[in-house]
Ligand binder design. Structure first.
Ligand code: GLU
Length: 313
């Protein structure tokens, strides 16, 4: 079904999701779950869920759409949005908004760029956003968790402590990044607190349903579920823009090419994409490609936007 066909008729969201899931599941390649955080390696490579929440209040899902998974870097979208909401655009003095052209956990640019990470979605930039949110609220991970709970209505959303401590035990690179940033004076809190909050928000467990609902504020140009304003229209536009250019690791060009939406992926296999003015869609499948994006997740989003024309282009 193409865009022109779905404009004025009642859209069968459930069927669209089912078609996207079936297309993705027919792929021979599945990718592999992340194993550099040992607690993630146990994820079922066959799991697949997809949910779509609309700005009109409809929620639809297929497969394991209500099954909680480790949201990992999808949390970075919320961290930066909440840091903006709490503290305004001062965050952009401390983190850039250009693609890095490097892996998400790379150290190399930080030295030549004086401890200012390229964007808030690589690990270095997310550590700065976490530090900013911690400075503003006193509880960065709790602020992210509470926002997810409020927007999804799911009070059970919480950090999986096993995943957080697995990350901390194997987090030498993140610790190196945080210390390096601190050496340039770009952290305001102790490195250990910033890392603990960073691991805790990455290790939040939530489902496709929860994340699609929580991502709706970006589709509503900054408005929360209760109608209050989280971000100005301009701030929401900017977060969407950085998601489009930097939200899917070093494959954001490929994601824009195939899916054509602002989106954020995580190594738990989740991808949250924004349909501005229309809704938010989250897909989860733990098998990752070489860039760290969910193989079936990207394929399903590609199928959905190709069938409907729902891209920003
Ligand atoms: N917590 C993970 C890490 O720091 C997040 C990685 C990701 O999802 O991109 O390595």
């Amino acid at each position: 079904m193409r865009n022109d066909n779905v404009q004025n008729v009642r859209v069968d969201y459930q069927q669209l999701l089912r078609d996207a899931m079936d297309t993705a599941r027919r792929l021979p390649a599945r990718g592999r779950p992340a194993d550099y955080i040992p607690a993630l390696a146990a994820a079922d490579p066959e799991a697949f869920g997809m949910a779509l929440a609309t700005v009109d209040g409809e929620v639809h899902g297929v497969g394991d759409w209500e099954h909680p998974f480790s949201i990992q870097s999808v949390s970075k979208l919320f961290t930066v949005a909440l840091a903006l909401a709490e503290g305004g655009d001062g965050i952009w003095q401390r983190v850039g908004r250009e693609p890095s052209g490097n892996p998400f956990n790379s150290l190399v640019q930080l030295e030549s760029e004086q401890g200012i990470p390229r964007n808030p979605f690589i690990n270095a930039g997310a550590l700065v956003a976490t530090d900013r949110l911690l400075e503003l609220t006193g509880d960065a991970a709790g602020t992210v968790r509470d926002f997810l709970r409020a927007e999804s209505g799911n009070r059970l959303i919480a950090t999986d402590d096993g995943v957080a401590s697995s990350e901390a035990r194997h987090g030498h690179r993140n610790a190196a990044l945080a210390h390096f940033i601190a050496s340039y004076g770009n952290l305001r809190n102790p490195v250990d607190s910033v890392l603990a909050h960073y691991y805790a928000h990455c290790a939040i467990s939530a489902s496709c349903r929860d994340l699609a609902l929580a991502g709706l504020f970006l589709a509503r140009h900054g408005l929360r579920t209760d109608g209050s304003r989280l971000l100005t229209r301009s701030e929401a536009k900017r977060v969407n823009a950085v998601l489009l250019t930097c939200g899917t690791y070093d494959a954001a060009g490929e994601f824009a090419f195939r899916v054509g939406l602002p989106g954020k992926s995580g190594v738990g296999g989740g991808v949250l994409a924004v349909l501005p003015g229309r809704g938010a869609v989250c897909v989860w499948s733990p098998g990752l490609d070489a860039a760290g994006n969910s193989v079936l997740g990207v394929a399903a989003l590609d199928a959905l936007t190709t069938a409907t024309g729902w891209s920003v282009f």
